[in-house]
Design a protein around this ligand. Structure first.
Ligand code: IMP
Length: 502
C-alpha cells in the first residue's frame, strides 16, 4: 500500500515566528550572518563559508559572471548556469576569478576615425562618459586616446568631426602600467585629480580603467566573499550527463564550489556524478546535490558524499512541475523534515551537511523562516532576476519597467539535462514558464534592505547568529483567517480612497 505522510505539507506563508526574549545587546548591528556552505566534521571549520545566507539560482535568466561579482561583493555566491556550452560556462567562471575589484574592463570603446555623432550615441546607449579610443575599437586594443565630456562641446562642433581630432591623445594621458595595485592606482588618481586612470600593458594595449568612485565603494564592502588569493568566490552548475568533461573545465577555470542542477535529486545519476568527482579529486572539489524534499532523499545524498544538499521541488515562482507531473512538497514542510534528518545525521556521524532551501521565497521574511526552520542558506531565482545585474532584458510594459525571467524547464531555456531521467536527450515537455518580474534596481540596495529585515526579525527572536536562530526560533502555523488578519484589513487604504472619491 502507498505511504501517506501525516498531515498536509505547508508553505512558508503558513508560518509565523513568535518573538522570544531579546537583551539590550540583541540589535541588528550585532547580528552575524555567516553560514557554512560545505560539510565539515564536528569541531572543525568548514572549508567554505559565506558572509550572508544567500545564493543565486543556477539559471540562464539569473546567474552569469556579472551577477556573480555583484553577489560576491555582498558576501554571497552565484552558481553560474550550466545550461550553456562547457566553454562558455568555464569562461564566465574565469571572468569572475580574473576580475580584479576596482579594475574595470572598458565597456565603451571607439575607433579614432569615428565621429562625435558616434560618441553621443555610445554615451546614450551605455551611459558612460569615459570612452576609450582604441586602434580597433575593442576593449583591449591599442590605446590611442580617451574622450570624456571635457573634450567636446556639441554646440560648437560639427557632428561629423573625427574622434582623433578632439580626443585627449595617449601622449597627453596619465596612465598606469600592468601590475599596478589598486592602492597605487588610487594614489595616481588623487595626485593628478583624475576621474579615471587607464591601465595598459607594455604594448600600449588597454587592460582596464580604474575609476575614482569604484575605489571608494570597494572599501565600503566589508562582507566581500574572497578566496585565499583575494579573488571573488563563485559557484557553477553541473549536470548528471556531461560531468566528465564539464567538471574538469570548471575546476580549471577556478570554480570554488559546484552544484548538481536537477529538478529531482534522489537518483542514481547524482551518486554517479559525485563518485566521479571523489575518484578524480578526492575532497578538494566541493559539490552540492539535490533537489530533495524528504528525509530519505537527504540521507541518500549525504551518504553519497554531497557537500551540501538542496531542498525544493515545485515551489519555484516559474515552476509548473507540480501541475505537470504531480510531484513536490510544500517548501516549509520539506525544509523542516530535511533539517531534522540533517541534525540526526550530525549526531550519528559527527558530519554536518549544510542544507539550502531552493525556490519559493516570495517575501523577505520567508528567508528568515527558512533559516529558522534549519536551512543554512537560501537559493533565489525570481528575487535576483529583478536587479540591474541579472543577464536579462529590461523592458517597458504598459509604463512599468520589468525584467525577463524564465525557468530552466521552459521552452526558452530548454535545459533538458535538468529534467531528463534516462537519457531521451531532449526536453519532452515544459516544467517552467517564461515571464516578467517587476524591475527592482540594484542588487546592493535590495540585498541590504532584505538583510536588515532578516537581522531585525532575528533580534526579535533573541538570536545574533543563524545557529542561534535555529535553536531559539518558535514557529507557529497560522490559519487562513489569521493570514487575512496579518495584512492591512478593515481600513480603506488612502490610495484607493482617493481613487474612489474621484
Ligand atoms: P524562485 O526563487 O521561486 O524563482 O525559484 C527558483 C528555483 O526554481 C531555482 O533555483 C530552481 O530550483 C527552480 N527552477 C528553475 N527553473 C525551473 C523550471 O523551469 N521549472 C521548475 N523549477 C525551476
Amino acid at each position: 500500500m502507498a505511504y501517506y505522510y501525516d498531515g498536509p505539507s505547508h508553505t512558508f506563508s503558513e508560518y509565523l515566528l513568535v518573538p522570544g526574549y531579546s537583551s539590550s545587546q540583541c540589535v541588528p548591528a550585532n547580528v552575524n550572518l555567516q553560514t557554512p556552505v560545505v560539510k565539515f566534521q564536528k569541531g572543525e571549520e568548514p572549508a567554505l563559508k559565506m558572509n550572508i545566507p544567500l545564493v543565486s539560482a543556477i539559471m540562464q535568466s539569473v546567474s552569469d559572471d556579472n551577477m556573480a561579482i555583484a553577489l560576491a561583493i555582498e558576501g554571497g555566491i552565484s552558481f553560474i548556469y550550466g545550461s550553456q556550452s562547457i566553454e562558455s560556462e568555464a569562461a564566465m567562471v574565469a571572468r569572475v576569478k580574473n576580475y580584479k575589484a576596482g579594475f574595470v574592463r572598458s565597456d565603451s570603446n571607439i575607433k579614432p576615425d569615428q565621429t562625435l555623432q558616434d560618441i553621443l550615441e555610445l554615451k546614450e546607449k551605455n551611459g558612460h562618459s569615459t570612452i576609450a579610443v582604441t586602434e580597433d575599437g575593442s576593449p583591449n586594443g591599442k590605446l590611442l586616446g580617451v574622450v570624456t565630456g571635457r573634450d567636446y562641446r556639441v554646440s560648437r562642433m560639427e557632428l561629423d568631426t573625427k574622434v582623433c581630432e578632439f580626443m585627449t591623445p595617449f601622449s597627453k594621458l596619465i596612465y598606469a602600467t600592468q601590475g599596478v595595485t589598486l592602492k597605487e592606482a588610487n594614489d595616481i588618481i588623487w595626485d593628478h585629480k583624475l576621474n579615471s586612470l587607464p591601465v595598459v600593458d607594455d604594448k600600449q594595449n588597454l587592460l582596464y580603467f580604474v575609476f575614482r568612485k569604484d575605489y571608494s565603494s570597494h572599501k565600503e564592502n566589508p562582507n566581500e566573499l574572497l578566496d585565499a588569493s583575494k579573488r571573488y568566490v563563485v559557484g557553477a552548475g553541473i549536470n548528471t550527463r556531461d560531468y566528465e568533461q564539464r567538471v574538469p573545465a570548471l575546476v580549471e577555470a577556478g570554480a570554488d564550489v559546484l552544484c548538481i542542477d536537477s529538478s529531482e535529486g534522489f537518483s542514481e545519476w547524482q551518486k554517479r556524478t559525485i563518485d566521479f568527482i571523489r575518484e578524480k579529486y578526492g575532497d578538494t572539489v566541493k559539490v552540492g546535490a539535490g533537489n530533495v524534499v524528504d528525509r530519505e532523499g537527504f540521507l541518500y545524498l549525504a551518504k553519497a558524499g554531497a557537500d551540501f544538499v538542496k531542498i525544493g521541488i515545485g515551489g519555484g515562482s516559474i515552476c509548473i512541475t507540480r501541475e505537470t507531473k504531480g510531484i513536490g512538497r510544500g517548501q516549509a514542510t520539506a525544509v523542516i523534515e530535511v533539517a531534522k534528518a540533517r541534525d540526526e545525521y550530525y549526531q550519528q556521524t559527527g558530519i554536518y551537511v549544510p542544507i539550502c532551501s531552493d525556490g519559493g521565497i516570495v517575501y523577505d521574511y520567508h528567508i528568515t523562516l527558512a533559516l529558522a526552520m534549519g536551512a543554512d542558506f537560501v537559493m533565489l531565482g525570481r528575487y535576483f532576476s529583478r536587479f540591474d545585474e541579472s543577464p536579462t532584458n529590461k523592458v517597458n510594459i504598459n509604463g512599468s519597467y520589468m525584467k525577463e525571467y524564465w525557468g530552466e524547464g521552459s521552452n526558452r531555456a530548454r535545459n533538458w539535462q535538468r529534467y531528463d531521467l534516462g537519457g531521451a536527450g531532449k526536453l519532452s515537455f515544459e516544467e517552467g514558464v517564461d515571464s516578467y518580474v517587476p524591475y527592482a534596481g540594484s542588487l546592493k540596495d535590495n540585498v541590504t534592505l532584505t538583510l536588515n529585515k532578516v537581522k531585525s526579525t532575528m533580534c526579535n527572536c533573541g538570536a545574533l547568529t543563524i545557529p542561534e536562530l535555529q535553536e531559539k526560533a518558535k514557529l507557529t502555523l497560522v490559519s487562513s483567517t489569521s493570514i487575512v488578519e496579518g495584512g492591512a484589513h478593515d481600513v480603506l487604504l488612502k490610495d484607493q480612497s482617493v481613487n474612489s472619491v474621484k
